[in-house]
Design a protein. Structure first.
Lengths: 135, 156
């Protein structure tokens, strides 16, 4: 692998990358649509190469899993449709805040970011209590 | 296989094919570098914050709501006594829309998407707040922003 090294360091600067980049206007994420799997023993794996997973739950369709990403990777999970009052249970392989995430209503979302060791929640209403307090 | 041609207008060349004019988002991604840090199109390459931002003054009522741009990611909204309503048409699958209630000098800001999964509209009663939406192909979904104050995803 050839690596560009100059007096400015290794690789291209952000400004150099910007000069070569196509900035998408507006921002459009890649998506997949997923029907959840049957129980904790048969979760459907969410893609780690697609930014957004649009998930539906129904009878015998409740669980999804999320393997580790790469450091800095963003994952958006939308619980689009909750049929038959079936909650969505998300189980990351490694999760900074606990073991699972559960959504008990459709039209909700959470955003995770992989920190190199665990998925961290970066957006989405999680506990109902203040997590970052503005003063 | 469609035939691609370049149309020349002055010094500007535009790729035209059976898929339309210019490159698709997928074609652009194939050529692009990931930006570090993540910078959306609300800032230009020089870092200025005025070129590509959509700044919107609210319309007088729901029937005269000011439409938010579908061509920029971030819209800065201003609500005043003269108007506080904005609207958001359908996007494309996967599209992200970030709405910042920048300034309020009067009534609450009311955002009314054409199709909204979680309800009918979003109201902000304080400036310097934001909400981020993503279009899922049918509806705009809230993906970030404090909305209800009640637990939606529960960690166990």
């Amino acid at each position: 692998v050839a690596v560009l090294t100059t007096g400015y360091g290794t690789g291209l600067t952000n400004k150099q990358k910007l000069s070569r980049a196509w900035v998408l206007k507006p921002t459009v994420y890649s998506t997949e649509t997923v029907a959840a799997g049957n129980g904790s023993g048969s979760p459907v794996a969410l893609s780690t190469t697609t930014t957004v997973s649009i998930v539906t739950t129904a009878t015998n369709q409740s669980h999804v899993s999320l393997a580790d990403g790469v450091e800095g990777q963003l994952k958006v999970i939308i619980h689009k449709t909750r049929s038959n009052s079936v909650d969505l249970v998300i189980t990351p392989a490694n999760f900074g805040a606990g073991s699972t995430l559960t959504s008990n209503l459709g039209a909700r979302a959470v955003q995770l970011l992989f920190d190199g060791a665990n998925w961290q929640v970066v957006a989405g209403e999680i506990t109902g209590t203040a997590e970052m307090v503005i003063a | 296989m469609s035939k691609s041609i370049f149309s020349v207008t002055g010094l500007k060349q535009t790729l035209v094919s059976g898929y339309g004019e210019g490159l698709t988002d997928k074609q652009k991604k194939a050529l692009s570098f990931a930006l570090e840090p993540g910078i959306s199109d609300s800032q230009n390459a020089g870092g200025a914050v005025t070129e590509d931002i959509d700044t919107v003054y609210g319309g007088a009522d729901a029937d005269n709501a000011a439409p938010l741009s579908l061509k920029t990611t971030t819209s800065l909204c201003i609500s005043t006594g003269l108007g506080n309503h904005v609207s958001l048409a359908d996007g494309v699958l996967g599209q992200v829309k970030r709405i910042i209630h920048l300034t309020s000098t009067g009534p609450n800001l009311v955002i009314t998407p054409t199709n909204f999964a979680a309800g009918t509209n979003i109201t902000s009663d304080l400036q310097k707040r934001s909400v981020t939406l993503l279009y899922d192909g049918d509806n705009w979904q809230v993906i970030a922003g404090e909305i209800t104050g009640t637990a939606e995803f529960v960690i166990a």
